[in-house]
Every structure is written in C-alpha cells, then in structure tokens.
Ligand binder design. Structure first.
Ligand code: 9UX
Length: 72
C-alpha cells in the first residue's frame, strides 16, 4: 500500500529550490510522487508503505542541501 508523509522543508528560497527538493524526494526508491510548496515550506510525499522511511526522505533532502523534518 501507499501512504503520504508530510515534511517541513527548511532552506528553500526560490522555485529552483523547489525543483531540487522534489527531484531529490522522487529519487528515493519507493517514492511514487513528491510535491513541494514553497510558500508553506512543506513537502507532500506519496510512497510505498514499509519501503520508505522518514529517515531516507530526510537524508535525500539533506543531500540536496536542505533540511527536512516530519510533520505529525
Ligand atoms: Mo536559486 Mo534556490 O540559486 O537555492 S536554487 S535560490
């Protein structure tokens, strides 16, 4: 099954940042789709349950140069 994880993203200042974060998240195996909202600094990630961990998502965002934290 799939589930959705919401992340707060720090460090984005322009539309290109949004693209970088979306690409990073979509590159994580098991991620089906990712969309980032610059105004709210939030990412919505749809992914396979059990395959994708929040830690893996955070690591991908960090590698791209930004910071992600899960939203309860
Ligand atoms: Mo443009 Mo966003 O250089 O960091 S990609 S501000």
């Amino acid at each position: 099954p799939e589930e959705t994880t919401e992340l707060a993203i720090k460090g984005m200042t322009c539309a290109s940042c949004v693209g970088r974060v979306e690409r990073a998240l979509r590159g994580v195996p098991g991620v089906v789709d990712a969309s980032v909202n610059l105004a709210t600094e939030r990412a919505t990630v749809r992914h396979l349950t059990g395959v994708v961990t929040v830690g893996a998502l955070q690591a991908a965002v960090s590698k791209a140069g930004y910071e992600a934290s899960p939203i309860a």
